[in-house]
Design a protein around this ligand. Structure first.
Ligand code: 15L
Length: 275
């Protein structure tokens, strides 16, 4: 059972999602410790403090995590970069997060991504126990992150929620996002539920709004006590035809991340759109 009087640590606080979470969680009354390698661009809420910290600095992470109930890990690389660029922040940095969580007995809410399963085809409906099929070094780091959390749960009882976030933006902008969109409001309610839930064990949640075209099915949302309230469906008229001309992008759930540096023979239109 988390002690909700303790502070919550948020990494990646200066990023787009971190800023939304800061505003929403501070308004809910949580005491927030914020970190990022970049300065925090907004006015700091009264119940938040910000410390500039690099995920590479394990001592700084331990210091910021002292006495927290949960670590919301939204820091690190959040797009398709090279192996060398991903390695430090997303693998070594994550290790620092889990070591801090272990020392504090804190829960981790990990911003995983749909790119950990991106090479599943769009025609598939996936449950939380599907195979990992990373589509990039970035997606691979998220898959590894979930496995690291699993190891810390099995070995040390450190609880985690892995949020396999789809596309969290102000609005969906193309046909794929009619399936993958997560509204900012649904994200904030989800993270709040993850902090408050009495027990989460080691759970996966698909981070998408209630999109009728969604790719994803069963997960642990009942245990967390969360249901999305928004939906991309209202954008179908304007975005339904907004597809790319890349057949790899259109075939797989991870979209453009799958197509980047793809070197197998390209699929045919029949593979994607049927006969
Ligand atoms: C992600 O994981 C990225 O952080 C974000 O920039 C988008 O690319 C998103 O996935 C997506 O798949 O739309």
């Amino acid at each position: 059972m988390p002690d909700l009087t303790k502070p919550v640590l948020l990494t990646g606080a200066s990023g787009a999602l971190g800023r939304q979470l800061t505003r929403a969680l501070a308004a809910e009354g949580f005491s927030l410790r914020l970190t990022d390698i970049l300065p925090f661009p907004d006015k700091l809420p009264a119940n938040a403090r910000f410390v500039k910290a690099d995920l590479a600095d394990g001592v700084a992470i331990l210091r910021e995590a002292e006495g927290v109930s949960s670590i919301l890990h939204f820091g690190g690389v959040s797009t398709d970069l090279t192996f060398e660029n991903v390695l430090g922040p997303n693998i070594r940095g994550l290790y620092h997060i889990y070591e801090a969580a272990r020392r504090e007995g804190a829960r981790v809410v990990f911003a995983s991504s749909n790119h950990s399963i991106g090479f599943h085809e769009r025609t598939e409906k996936l449950d939380h126990d599907c195979d990992m099929r990373p589509d990039s070094y970035y997606g691979l780091s998220k898959a590894y992150g979930e496995l690291m959390g699993r190891m810390y749960f099995d070995k040390h009882g450190i609880e985690s929620v892995f949020l396999r976030i789809g596309s969290c933006f102000p609005e969906p902008v193309d046909a794929r996002m009619l399936s993958t969109w997560l509204s900012y409001a649904d994200l904030c309610r989800l993270v709040s539920a993850c902090i408050r839930a009495p027990k989460v064990d080691c759970s996966v949640i698909w981070g998408a709004s209630a999109n009728s075209r969604g790719f994803w099915g069963k997960d642990a949302r009942a245990k967390i006590g969360w249901q999305p309230e928004d939906s991309a469906d209202g954008f179908a008229g304007q975005l339904g035809g907004k597809v790319s001309d890349n057949l790899v992008t259109e075939r797989y759930q991870g979209g453009i991340y799958c197509a980047a540096e793809y070197s197998r023979p390209s699929p045919s239109p029949k593979d994607i759109f049927g006969a």
